[in-house]
Ligand binder design. Structure first.
Ligand code: HEC
Length: 136
């Protein structure tokens, strides 16, 4: 084969390779934030005050206080706000501002709507390959 033809083929190949790479790069799914701005602020508040040191989300965290995954639907917004504002005998009053309380409640609402924890035995079915179906 003539050298000219080889270079032409090589050129075509490179063109295809870059075109294809560009296409793959473009098709990459965008990372979208799942939380609203307010809920995201609440997540930062949750981190700032180390809520996870005593509480769990989806069963993960410290074990001094209860799991907070579904605290909003379990006990309601007003209850959560009151606890955050005044503390209890066992939970310290952390001194959150009203704005921080609103934000953290928005975050807990978002967590609450993301699923349930813990699931009861009849709410899920484990498949032979280890995955599970939810039906609640
Ligand atoms: C030092 C440990 C500690 C920290 C830090 C802490 N909590 Fe608590 N929290 C507790 C304990 C203990 C309880 C249980 C209180 C009781 O039963 O009197 C509790 C209770 C609660 C409850 C009520 C839960 C229920 O199911 O009744 C909510 C909501 C809550 N905390 C939210 C938060 C948030 C949000 C933060 C972070 C801003 C936070 N807590 C930080 C220890 C903590």
């Amino acid at each position: 084969m003539k050298a000219k033809r080889v270079f032409f083929l090589l050129f075509l190949f490179l063109l295809f390779m870059f075109g294809y790479s560009w296409q793959v790069y473009r098709a990459f799914p965008k990372r979208e934030r799942l939380l609203s701005d307010k809920a995201y602020q609440g997540k930062l508040v949750f981190q700032k005050y180390h809520c996870i040191a005593c509480h769990q989300l989806y069963g993960l965290g410290g074990f001094m206080g209860p799991d907070l995954t579904n605290v909003i639907s379990r006990s309601g917004e007003a209850y959560v706000k009151t606890i955050l504002q005044y503390g209890t005998a066992r939970m310290p009053r952390l001194g959150l501002t009203q704005e921080e309380i609103e934000a953290v409640v928005a975050f807990l609402k978002a967590v609450d709507s993301s699923g349930r924890f813990p699931l009861k035995k009849d709410e899920y079915k484990i498949q032979w390959y280890g995955d599970y179906y939810l039906h609640y």
